[in-house]
Design a protein around this ligand. Structure first.
Ligand SMILES: C[S@@+](CC[C@H](N)C(=O)[O-])C[C@H]1O[C@@H](n2cnc3c(N)ncnc32)[C@H](O)[C@@H]1O
Length: 204
């Protein structure tokens, strides 16, 4: 299978080499919560949750958070954070490309899971997102802008793989997803890769 393997990610957690990890929750998530766009009682899935800063933030706000990651080191780190903060959230150790939910969630918070997957996997992942979110539910997305010299020449380079907005429109077409009008907020985290923040609504 093209792209990074579970061993690649687990080795990152084993060595503590986590260049994507911002050591805090993404401020955009807090903004969405403060704006009432994600409120207590709603169910939110966080695929590729890593150490789980955002899972913890959601749980701290009374949101039914579920973190998913296939690296045992990520799940262990997330579990430890939740425990140390006395927070409650469900954690699932699974491959996002195989995960089936018993019932759909109100929303998905997508942060750096898509860009962690080789683009050959993007269609399958987008289909998973569509299947997890109930009709009328939302996809809170941070699309990582990882343009590189190589990607500018046509090479597929990552992770992180560049989530060009045109590719995102093709992955989440307007037939199935309602898009907000641009421009989208652009974040510049210390990880070095900007993110475009967009909230999509599943139409059907
Ligand atoms: C770049 S890290 C981002 C972690 C977290 N979202 C953050 O922003 O700190 C990507 C995460 O996705 C997980 N991941 C990658 N491919 C996955 C897959 N197919 N299924 C489940 N988790 C996956 C990795 O183990 C890793 O924890």
């Amino acid at each position: 299978m093209a792209g990074p393997t579970i061993d690649f990610w687990q080795s990152r957690f084993d060595s503590g080499n986590l260049p994507w990890d911002r050591d805090v929750s993404n401020p955009q998530l807090k903004q969405w919560i403060d704006a009432g766009m994600i409120h207590p009682g709603t169910s939110v899935l966080v695929p590729g949750c890593g150490r789980g800063w955002e899972v913890a933030t959601l749980a701290a706000h009374g949101i039914k958070a579920t973190g998913v990651d296939y690296a045992p080191g990520a799940i262990a780190a997330c579990q430890a954070m939740l425990q140390s903060e006395g927070l409650d959230a469900e954690l699932i150790e699974a491959d996002v490309l195989n995960l089936q939910l018993a019932s759909p969630v109100d929303a998905v918070y997508e942060q750096t899971c898509l860009c962690a997957l080789h683009p050959d996997r993007w269609r399958a992942y987008a289909d998973q997102l569509h299947s997890w979110i109930r009709p009328g539910g939302q996809l809170f997305a941070l699309f990582v802008q990882a343009v590189s010299e190589e990607s500018a020449q046509g090479f597929v380079k990552g992770p992180p793989y560049h989530c060009d907005i045109h590719a995102m429109r093709a992955l989440f077409p307007s037939q199935y997803w309602e898009w907000p009008a641009p421009p989208y907020p652009r974040l510049s985290p210390k990880t070095g890769f900007d993110e475009l923040a967009a909230v999509l609504t599943r139409k059907r």
